[in-house]
Design a protein around this ligand. Structure first.
Ligand code: ZN
Length: 392
């Protein structure tokens, strides 16, 4: 199987003959638990679920880690705004995320580490970066981007474009003797506000920066180099760019990830679905209108790397498709006659997913299986495409 790597812009082989029994290692950046899951999240995690289920259906073992970013600015800001303890907010929203994805039929990650449980590992990584000259301390401990060659290569951005995005996101900080040496540097360890959690360290009491959290967790559970690192396209810069710089600086091993795989953004009514714009369509809203399998099939019927528009009429089309699939399976169960799936159909299905996870093409194979009344093929394809999501 090949997937397109954001860094090299080439298709990279991630599974197939010659790997022996080594599992494919997958790290996907998970949620910051302060707002229950919306379609953008569900799209990303459903796409990676198809990847996992497809590889496992072919007998390839997958080791899948997805973190929970429960130490991060947006979570603390929301807790402050709502007058709720950050731990209670994080627990509640993590449960919403897991519940949504369970209903959407995912094969749960093997591990879902929480940042707040990983502080000692993160500090160890921070200490090593400091000891090896990749970090400096002023008002916080910063990663010195000048010590890493190739910052900006992953996201294919110029320095100007990186600075613009940092400014837009309010992450630019201050350059000067009491701040950053240069604007692209980012915090590894920083002081906490009085209502934020704080841990002792030799750089002062405080908490980790966002990017180092994922480097430390990915390496702890999957090793110094991983096969596939995934997440939404909005994480390419600065999160993944910074994760890559830190991780490769820590180990001296390149590449940190053999393939960086990014999912597109989901728009609603012409604009990117986001908390700040207040145009989120939540998974629970969609589940009120359509069976879980329809929600999931609708999400994954879009090419994973592209942006797309969520529409209720689009979801309704997949609800009708799922109803026809359900009827075919019910009818074939009644007849009780079992035959194997059509070989040509399954070949087409496999070829689609093998080639950079072309799920829209795989869904076309599913429709063909439906037209041909091949219940066995439909069943096999649904196992991969919708997992355990209910058809009704
Ligand atoms: Zn991450």
């Amino acid at each position: 199987m090949r997937v397109r790597d954001t860094l090299t812009e080439r298709k990279v082989r991630v599974a197939g003959p010659g790997r022996g029994r080594k599992p494919v290692t997958l790290y996907v950046c998970g949620v910051t638990p302060y707002d229950s899951g919306h379609m953008g999240h569900a799209f990303t995690f459903s796409v990676f679920d198809v990847l996992v289920r497809y590889l496992e259906s072919k007998g390839t073992r997958v080791k899948y880690v997805q973190n929970v970013t429960d130490i991060d600015d947006p979570l603390f800001e929301r807790a402050r705004r709502d007058g709720v303890d950050w731990r209670i907010l994080a627990d509640r929203e993590t449960q919403v995320h897991i519940r949504d994805m369970t209903v959407l039929g995912w094969r749960a990650p093997d591990r879902m580490p929480r940042v707040s449980d990983e502080i000692q590992r993160i500090l160890a990584a921070v200490n090593r970066l400091h000891a090896s000259g990749h970090a400096y301390k002023t008002d916080a401990l910063y990663f010195d981007v000048a010590t890493y060659r190739g910052y900006g290569k992953l996201s294919h951005r110029s320095r100007r474009s990186m600075l613009r995005k940092l400014r837009d996101e309010g992450l630019l900080g201050t350059v000067g003797p009491d701040g950053k040496r240069q604007a692209l540097d980012f915090p590894l360890w920083r002081g906490s506000a009085p209502d934020e959690p704080s841990w002792p360290s030799k750089f002062g009491a405080g908490r980790p920066g966002w990017h180092i959290e994922c480097s430390a967790m990915a390496m702890r559970y999957l090793g110094d180099q991983i096969d596939i690192h995934g997440g939404g396209r909005d994480l390419e810069f600065s999160h993944h760019e910074s994760e890559r710089a830190q991780s490769e600086s820590l180990t001296g091993k390149r590449p940190f990830a053999r393939a960086w795989v990014h999912t597109g953004m989901v728009r609603y009514e012409g604009r990117k679905m986001s908390k700040s714009l207040g145009n989120l369509v939540k998974v629970s809203h969609a589940l009120n209108r359509a069976p879980a399998a329809a929600v999931r099939l609708y999400l994954i019927s879009h090419k994973y790397g592209r942006d797309w528009d969520f529409t209720w009429s689009g979801l309704a089309r997949y609800a009708r498709l799922v109803e026809r699939l359900r009827a075919l399976l019910a009818h074939s169960a009644q007849r009780g006659r079992r035959t194997g799936p059509g070989a040509a159909l399954m070949r087409e299905f496999d070829a689609a997913l093998c080639d950079d996870l072309d799920i829209p093409r795989a869904v076309r194979a599913l429709r063909r299986a439906l037209r041909e009344g091949d219940a066995a093929a439909v069943r096999k394809m649904l196992d991969v495409l919708v997992g355990t999501a209910a058809l009704s």
